[in-house]
Design a protein around this ligand. Structure first.
Ligand code: CO8
Length: 257
């Protein structure tokens, strides 16, 4: 049983994971990251789980890496940091993640949110990479994913000044897809995840992989991947079912094959 997470069983294909370290604004200590990596590994293997919602509290999605824990690590400790393994597991997760962000979303918290495929934010959310204020820099993908999410100019401003941006600015910049009233953020994220959960799992998986290619390869390679993935789906039962259901004017029932 996790101590720092609340993991709720899938509801219509959606697993909900709530970061729960209220005493530290959900700061991501090694134990919490380990539990998150473990929960995602289990979710990966569970065919009932089609999408995951990750959220925090109204006050904080997560206020970053745990600074108290970080203070105890020297250079060698950081080189051998088990958190890197946990981050790698989170990054490898193969199903869609929707992040529901309220309040502080800082440092490692912002980096975690950027591991999500879709971000929904409450009006009061604040996104930032304040590591520079501690004499360090982002270490869980912040410099790379933030540039891809919001562009070089804003990412550089955020990383070098440490100053956070509002939910509205985050949406304008493309980091966040939707803004809601804070009390509706989780509900909206679950609704999005539920919609995804009704789609053909193989199509979702390959479409997601193709979207990822847009971030980490050149256009020609990405287009080649898209063509191969598109072709591969032609051999699935779910494609047949999807097209037949359209022709028969009924909702499709996808089997995952
Ligand atoms: N780590 C540990 N504890 C924290 C953290 C944190 N990141 N953030 C808040 N807390 C704790 C506070 O210490 C406080 O605890 P206590 O009451 O025991 O002193 C409690 O949470 C509440 O916080 P505050 O009293 O400070 O609440 P405020 O509303 O006054 O302020 C802030 C909220 C502005 C969010 C403030 O807490 C803050 O600035 N927090 C730190 C934010 C920060 O700098 N984050 C970046 C951390 S570094 C990082 O994330 C690097 C990632 C690299 C990953 C590499 C992986 C290999």
């Amino acid at each position: 049983m996790p101590n720092h997470l609340i993991v709720e069983e899938p509801q219509r294909g959606v697993l909900r994971i709530t970061l729960h370290r209220p005493e530290a604004l959900n700061a991501l200590n090694t134990a919490l990251l380990g539990e998150l990596a473990e929960s995602l590994t289990a979710a990966e293997q569970d065919p009932e789980v089609r999408a995951v919602v990750i959220t925090g509290s109204q006050r904080a999605f997560a206020a970053g890496a745990d600074i108290k824990e970080m203070a105890e690590r020297d250079l060698v400790g950081i080189l051998e940091d088990p958190r890197q393994r946990h981050w790698a597991t989170i990054a490898r997760f193969g199903k869609p993640i929707v992040a529901a962000v309220n309040g502080f979303c800082l440092g490692g918290g912002c980096e975690l949110a950027m591991h999500a495929d879709i971000l929904v934010a409450g009006e009061d959310a604040r996104f930032g990479q304040p590591e520079i204020n501690l004499g360090i820099m982002p270490g869980a993908g912040g410099t790379q994913r933030l540039v891809r999410a919001v562009g070089k100019a804003l990412a550089t401003q955020m990383v070098l000044t440490g100053e956070p941006i509002s939910a509205r600015r985050a949406r304008e910049a493309g980091l966040v897809s939707e803004i809601t009233q804070p009390e509706l953020t989780v509900e909206r994220a679950i609704a999005i995840a539920e919609t995804i959960a009704t789609k053909a799992p193989l199509a979702v998986r390959l479409a997601r992989e193709a979207l990822h290619k847009a971030e980490d390869t050149d256009l020609a390679t990405g287009l080649r991947f898209e063509r191969h993935a598109f072709t591969l789906l032609a051999g699935t039962d779910d494609r047949e079912e999807g097209i037949r259901a359209f022709q028969e004017k009924r909702p499709a029932t996808f089997s995952g094959h």
